[in-house]
Design a protein around this ligand. Structure first.
Ligand SMILES: [Zn+2]
Ligand SMILES: [Zn+2]
Length: 345
């Protein structure tokens, strides 16, 4: 590769301002692979970064972490992959040495880097990544399906963390892209009933199609619906998939004694929750956080996607070229028929 090779990348220079410009094409280290990006989804986290609510100290940054692409080049130490192979990328890079990395709790490593979040990612023609983060995609899996591996990995992990089992009643607050994937994941693990709260009619319909047993579009009917579908007890688990403090208060009112809340939607850093402590003790309730998906979550997500366990049509319809990334970001919040906006190359 020429020393002065360049590529196009979307650099977020400050909150709200992308510049699509030529930047140096990454070089491929000894134990790295160079990936030619084919498609990358825009995630809620990207929107938080774009708005300056998350990782603002990392700008300027090339965001983008829901990538699928083709291996174009491999470092000399990489033996287990092949050039030309389609791959997805686990974005979580732990230090490898600390207490958390040893326990495979990489997301708690204080020196963790996340590609596209704390360091440069995939809104670019190429990305060089350590080979151990790369997962090959079977040739039969369409690129737009493979591109959902990272968001599906997030719900795989959240489901594991919340220890959701068959026969458990679960409420999902929010029927956006991640809420929709939660519903599908819950269906796979046999949760029942699955109740979704989503005010937007289109997303409510998509949640129903994704397998929800009941979808409530008027918030004031949610409590009654949950109680009537759980013999008056409340739900085993409530998944907060929006990121609003007020919804945690609602969630507390919807869980049964002994039940728990899965904290998932990103809130603003200063958002806090007044907890009814005594009630929490007496009812043995808990709140469990879950963020991102890593390692085996990514592998499991790709396995499920490869075997058509998720309905992905509503995630695949809207895509833009890199040059139109500003326009693409404008559409992310739009709650029409598409659940996902992607950048394609
Ligand atoms: Zn994501
Ligand atoms: Zn570490």
């Amino acid at each position: 590769m020429a020393e002065n090779a360049h590529m196009k990348a979307a650099v977020l220079v400050e909150p709200g301002r992308f510049e699509v410009r030529d930047v140096p094409k990454p070089t491929c280290g000894r134990d790295e692979v160079l990936i030619r990006i084919e498609r990358v989804g825009i995630c809620g986290t990207d929107l938080h970064i774009f708005n300056g609510h998350y990782a603002a100290d990392k700008l300027p940054l090339i965001p983008g972490h829901e990538a699928v692409g083709i291996i174009e080049q491999m470092g000399e130490a990489v033996k287990h992959l092949e050039k030309g192979c389609r791959v997805v990328v686990d974005i979580n890079l732990g230090c490898g040495q600390c207490y958390y990395c040893r326990r495979n709790e990489i997301l708690n490593c204080s020196r963790m880097e996340q590609l596209g979040i704390s360091c440069d990612g995939a809104f670019a023609q190429y990305m060089a990544v350590p080979s151990r983060l790369v997962i090959p995609v079977a040739g039969t899996v369409p690129v737009e399906v493979a591109a959902l591996t990272e968001p599906v990995a997030c719900v795989v992990r959240a489901t594991r963390k919340a220890d959701i089992r068959f026969g458990q009643s679960v409420v999902v607050l929010g029927g956006g892209p991640i809420g929709n994937l939660h519903v599908q994941m819950l269906r796979l693990v046999g949760a029942a009933p699955i109740i979704v709260s989503e005010p937007n009619e289109t997303r409510a319909r998509l949640a129903q199609e994704a397998g929800a047993d009941a979808v409530v579009t008027h918030g004031d009917q949610l409590h009654e619906t949950v109680m009537s579908m759980t013999d008056g007890r409340g739900a085993d688990v409530v998944i907060e998939s929006v990121g609003l403090p007020a919804l945690y208060e609602l969630a507390l009112s919807l869980i049964r004694p002994g039940g728990h809340i899965s904290a998932f939607g990103l809130t603003s850093p200063d958002d806090a929750l007044p907890m009814p402590i005594l009630e929490t003790i007496l009812r043995e309730n808990s709140i469990k956080g879950s963020v991102a998906g890593m390692g085996e979550d990514m592998h499991d997500a790709l396995t499920l996607l490869s075997h058509d366990r998720f309905r992905t049509d509503a995630f695949a319809t809207r895509s833009y070229p890199l040059e139109d990334i500003r326009q693409a970001f404008e559409t992310v919040a739009d709650q029409s028929d598409s659940l996902k906006t992607s950048i394609t190359f």
